[in-house]
Design a protein around this ligand. Structure first.
Ligand SMILES: [Zn+2]
Ligand SMILES: [Zn+2]
Length: 165
C-alpha cells in the first residue's frame, strides 16, 4: 500500500512554518512544499520524502535577514500507538526517526514540525564568507571595514609584551 501526499497548496503547512519560525522569519513570499510517500508494511508505516521550504532566517554572524531555501529530508517509521512499550520493532532506526500513530491517523503537521525543528539546529549563514559584525562597534563588516580595525593592530599581543619589559 502506498499513499502519496503532495500538499503544495495546503495552508496547514504554512501554519507549521509560521509556528516554527515566527512571522518575522516566514514572509509573505516564502513558502514550502511537502512531498511524502507512505508505505505500509504490516502495521508499521514508513514515511519517506522531504520538505522544500523558503524562509528568511537571520545570519548567525551578521544578523541580517536573508532568503534561504532549505531541503529537509524526512524518513520516519511509525508504529500503532498501542504497541508502545512493547519491544521496539526490530529495525535499525534512530529514536528521532521513530514515532507512533493513533487511531489509524498520522498528523503530518506534527511530523513536519519535528523535522523542520531538527533542521534548524544547522547554522544559517547569509554567505559562506560572511564577515559578521565588528565585536566593538557592531558594524556589518560585509559593507566594508570599520574604524576599529586600526586600533586592533595597536592592541596586538606584542604591545602587551612591550609593557612587560
Ligand atoms: Zn551574514
Ligand atoms: Zn568596529
Amino acid at each position: 500500500m502506498q499513499i502519496n501526499a503532495s500538499s503544495s497548496k495546503d495552508e496547514w503547512l504554512k501554519k507549521v512554518f509560521i509556528e516554527v519560525f515566527g512571522p518575522d522569519k516566514f514572509k509573505k513570499e516564502d513558502g514550502g512544499r511537502l512531498d511524502l510517500q507512505i508505505f505500509r508494511s504490516d502495521r508499521n508505516l514508513t514515511l519517506i520524502g522531504g520538505i522544500i521550504l523558503k524562509f528568511h532566517p537571520s545570519c548567525d554572524r551578521c544578523l541580517t535577514s536573508f532568503a534561504k531555501q532549505e531541503q529537509v529530508p524526512i524518513h520516519q517509521i511509525m508504529a500503532p500507538a498501542h504497541t508502545k512499550g512493547k519491544k521496539k520493532v526490530e529495525m535499525d532506526v534512530e529514536d528521532e526517526d521513530f514515532g507512533y500513530y493513533k487511531n489509524d491517523e498520522i498528523d503530518l503537521s506534527d511530523v513536519a514540525k519535528e523535522y523542520i525543528l531538527l533542521a534548524q539546529q544547522m547554522v544559517n549563514l547569509c554567505n559562506e564568507e560572511c564577515k559578521g559584525l565588528c565585536q566593538k562597534c557592531r558594524k556589518n563588516l560585509n559593507n566594508g571595514p570599520c574604524k576599529c580595525k586600526v586600533k586592533k593592530e595597536k592592541d596586538s599581543p606584542f604591545a602587551v609584551l612591550k609593557k612587560l619589559h
